[in-house]
Design a protein around this ligand. Structure first.
Ligand SMILES: CC(=O)N[C@H]1[C@@H](OP(=O)(O)OP(=O)(O)OC[C@H]2O[C@@H](n3ccc(=O)[nH]c3=O)[C@H](O)[C@@H]2O)O[C@H](CO)[C@@H](O)[C@@H]1O
Ligand SMILES: C=C(OP(=O)(O)O)C(=O)O
Length: 442
């Protein structure tokens, strides 16, 4: 089984370049289905497992989607299927984001129910509430959701009960081709929402207010392909910021947008890290063990839940007692058990975890239970006294490009042991119609 081995104790120094954001590129690729004419060219597309799944999904719908050298070209003029299968939606929840575009462009679609996952039940009621408000008839059967409308969706005012990122995106895409104007109230404000709105507008759409709590979408009759560059991944950037802080290192994070990083910057500064904004990114410097701090996860601009596990690894070796309160997902503490195997002192009480910081962690065999849990275990391994072995790498590969290589380039003692890699690479080379591999990765 492939695994990562990390030997703790190295101080990181150097720089790391941040790629395009996973959570921005997935909705952007889905939105490409809105274009009935022309090709879309999307730059800064990270070479991630989730990106591959999205390409495969588009291919099953009949769209042409080709990836080469961090650029994806999509032509969705001729769609041949309106069904997103269980097989692909099960692999990646963001597949559900094809529902809005398919429904608004073709008036019908059939998408597998995404189901729960390790971090929570993750319902989709707010997505469906939006589609229904726009006139769609929704039926659920055999694990699939079927949505239909005669003619075009109709613009509507939709108040989201929770400021869901996915629901805001799905409804925004549906509203882009609806007749009339839609208002999404209590919309999510994440930078990835703004990126999607910019892309839809480049396609000829009329979206205003993205990044605020009220988004206004004037539906248009058709959209076309467009050129777009995806925003940098603030969670990848935050993960490497924690890597610098946890190893008492000094690294430059190139490409990160400082404003997007504010919740993470503020917390690390409170803990004693020195963070500077640079022309094209930021630097993180820590010359001593950082001090404990309390963290509460919240929708943007609050502290991101996708950084909670990594922050917990840092707090596990900081001075004093911290409390992390997870308010976004009800079951996002799966990493606690694994960090405890590394002798971290963490007690979970409901939605709060109380962490008593130690000087070092102990090495252990641990398993990534989800994407960010995996990142947290790698970070913990950087400060464990000895060799930590991490399995469950398919989770980590969903959201990080070559995390071990990038950490090693900054001085970490880390490597991947991957007996199947060569075989998989050969298979992917044959898969060029759907996903051509960048030469740097071939
Ligand atoms: C691909 C992508 O962009 N994923 C991100 C997106 O996930 P995702 O879009 O799935 O997350 P949401 O913002 O929708 O979820 C936030 C909360 O709302 C709840 N909810 C959501 C939809 C709904 O219809 N009903 C409902 O109750 C969820 O259960 C959760 O408790 O935002 C999350 C919150 O920042 C991040 O952790 C994920 O990395
Ligand atoms: C939870 C995450 O992603 P997803 O919504 O794709 O599961 C994440 O990126 O941490």
């Amino acid at each position: 089984m492939s695994h990562i081995i990390v030997r703790g104790g190295k101080r990181l120094a150097g720089s790391v370049r941040i790629g395009g954001a996973k959570n921005a590129v997935l909705p952007v690729i889905a939105a490409s289905l809105l274009a009935s004419e022309g090709e879309s060219v999307i730059h800064d597309v990270p070479y991630l497992e989730d990106v591959k799944v999205m390409h495969r999904l588009l291919a099953t719908l009949g769209a042409k989607a080709e990836y080469y050298n961090e650029t994806t070209r999509i032509n969705a003029e001729h769609i041949t299927s309106l069904e997103a299968s269980y097989e692909l939606v099960r692999k990646m929840r963001a597949s559900f984001l094809v529902m809005g575009p398919l429904l608004s462009r073709f008036g019908e679609c059939r998408v597998s129910l995404p189901g729960g996952c390790a971090i929570g039940t993750r319902p989709i009621d707010q997505h469906l509430k939006g589609f229904e408000a726009m006139g769609a008839r929704i039926e659920v059967g055999q694990g699939y959701i079927e949505a239909r409308i005669k003619g075009r969706l109709k613009g509507a005012k939709i108040y989201l009960d929770v400021a869901s990122v996915g629901a805001t995106e799905n409804i925004m895409m549906a509203a882009a081709l609806a007749s009339g104007t839609s208002l999404i109230e209590n919309a999510a404000k994440e930078p990835e929402i703004v990126d999607l709105a910019n892309y839809i507008n480049a396609m000829g759409g009329k979206v205003r207010g993205a990044g605020t709590g009220v988004i206004r979408i004037e539906g248009v009759e058709r959209l076309h392909g467009a050129v777009h560059t995806v925003i940098p991944d603030r969670i990848e950037a935050g993960t490497y910021m924690v890597a610098a802080a946890i190893t008492q290192g000094a690294i430059r994070i190139e490409g990160a947008i400082y404003d997007h990083m504010m919740p993470i910057v503020s917390k690390l500064q409170e803990m004693g890290a020195e963070i500077r904004e640079l022309e094209n990114g930021l630097s993180v410097y820590a010359d001593r063990r950082l001090t404990a701090v309390d963290v509460k996860t919240l929708p943007y601009p609050g502290f991101p839940t996708d950084m909670q596990a990594q922050m917990m690894a840092l707090l596990a070796v900081s001075e004093g007692t911290s409390v992390i309160t997870e308010t976004v997902f009800e079951n996002r503490f799966m990493h606690v058990e694994e960090l405890s195997r590394m002798k971290a002192h963490i007690n979970v009480e409901g939605r709060a975890a109380v962490i008593n910081g130690l000087h070092r962690l102990a090495p252990a065999k641990v398993c990534a239970t989800d994407l960010r849990a995996g990142a947290a275990l790698i970070l913990a391994g950087l400060v464990a006294d000895g060799e930590t072995e991490i399995t469950g790498l398919h989770h980590i590969d969903r959201g990080y490009v070559d995390m071990e290589g990038r950490l090693a380039a900054m001085g970490a003692d880390i490597r991947r042991v991957d007996p199947e890699a060569e075989r998989e690479r050969t298979e992917e080379r044959q898969d060029v119609g759907i996903f051509a591999i960048s030469p740097t990765w071939a």
